[in-house]
Design a binder for this molecule. Sequence first.
Ligand SMILES: Cc1cc2nc3c(=O)[nH]c(=O)nc-3n(C[C@H](O)[C@H](O)[C@H](O)COP(=O)(O)O)c2cc1C
Length: 336
Amino acid sequence: MSQFSKTTELMRRGTDFLGTDYAILCGAMSWVSERNLVSAISNAGGFGVIACGAMTPDLLDTEIAATKALTDKPFGVNLITMHPQLLDLIAVCAKHGVTHVVLAGGIPPKGSVEAIKEFGAKVIVFAPTLALAKKLLRSGGDALVIEGMEAGGHIGPVSTSVLAQEFLPALAEDHLVFVAGGIGRGEAIASYLEMGAVGVQLGTRFACATESIAHENFKKAFFRANARDAITSVQVDPRLPVIPVRALKNKGSEEFTAKQIEVAKMLDAGEIEMGEAQLQIEHFWAGALRRAVVDGDVESGSIMAGQSVGMLKTEEPVADIMQELMMQSEEALGGR
Ligand SMILES: Cc1cc2nc3c(=O)[nH]c(=O)nc-3n(C[C@H](O)[C@H](O)[C@H](O)COP(=O)(O)O)c2cc1C
């Protein structure tokens, strides 16, 4: 009997689906989830996911090939649905025989799910509402990730605990549901498994693992931060929409508020048109995650992090994190 038998039993449908030892996904993180972290996660028994983000098909091609050279375990590719070359990216996944494609960032455009299924890969989708989840699972989604607002990066308005209570009783029996957002320890994993989830997805907990190529400054900012430092971007003016992103507060977040006020004033004074105003807001953060992760600019870059960041204190190898999560889950289940 395995060391983690209670946990792996509850994860069975998830591990069968992913082809892994543990149903723990490391959610795709732009600039962070590249060959090194992804292969480390998969080699440690979890499921790594390459973040395609804004990559071109050629870059994705290189990244998948490089990841394959580092692991022979299953891993996935996360594609953003509004990428202008989505179908070309899917073709790259087909060329490499990628087994799982995660579609993030909105409702998959017509034909995309079909194109993925055509080469035999599984499709993992996100859904912010139960109605949309049911629709996506009916129209080809093989598994669903529900992600609460505790998570790092782009977020919805509802917490993980509420999403879990709303979605799991309705879907868990007939569908594969993974829970994400705010998970920092195995006890939380155990509780979502008991509610019917087949696995979980973590981002923040793995972002600063030893194998992560994130800049030293980015990692230090994570280890210094408390849960309350991981704040959401605030919209100042109803005319200027802001997509909420959870990141560590820094000079950039203050400047973003100031920028919105400045642009709103220019709008009031008739100095700029609405389109230009909205574009200025939208473009403020362009390249900001890259600045923080790759260049180590933690002042003006975007240090995307979830609320579980407060539980991270030091750099640890992925395999150690994975074992710790499994052990905590197992102990929690054993005590019940
Ligand atoms: C630095 C960072 C970058 C992220 N980038 C992406 C992304 O490019 N695409 C995506 O679907 N999710 C992205 N996410 C979300 C993660 O995949 C994952 O769902 C989330 O981190 C889980 O919640 P947690 O941070 O509370 O563990 C990002 C998260 C972080 C922390």
